[in-house]
Design a protein. Structure first.
Length: 87
């Protein structure tokens, strides 16, 4: 079975994710409200996605996973995946 992208995520000590169609900025806002940690902590290298196998993957690896599984619904810039490409 092909691995699929399940949700946007940010690594900050642990992996923080919200169910789709949450985007990275939604996660950042939630981090700020719930943890007092804002966008400065969610640098681009910490932003990625969770797969249906529970793995955190960066935007580049996520792009290839989403492409192979036919998940990209909007024109993706590639080779980086953005939640707007999926939902």
């Amino acid at each position: 079975m092909t691995e699929r992208i399940a949700a946007a995520a940010i690594q900050y000590g642990a992996t923080i994710s919200l169910p789709p169609p949450a985007r990275h900025h939604t996660i950042i806002q939630t981090m700020d409200l719930e943890m007092g940690v804002g966008g400065a902590s969610a640098t681009p290298d910490r932003q990625g996605f969770i797969t249906d196998k529970g793995r955190f993957v960066n935007r580049v690896e996520a792009f290839y996973i989403a492409s192979q599984s036919g998940q990209i619904v909007n024109q993706a810039q590639g080779p980086q995946l953005y939640s707007e490409d999926l939902w």
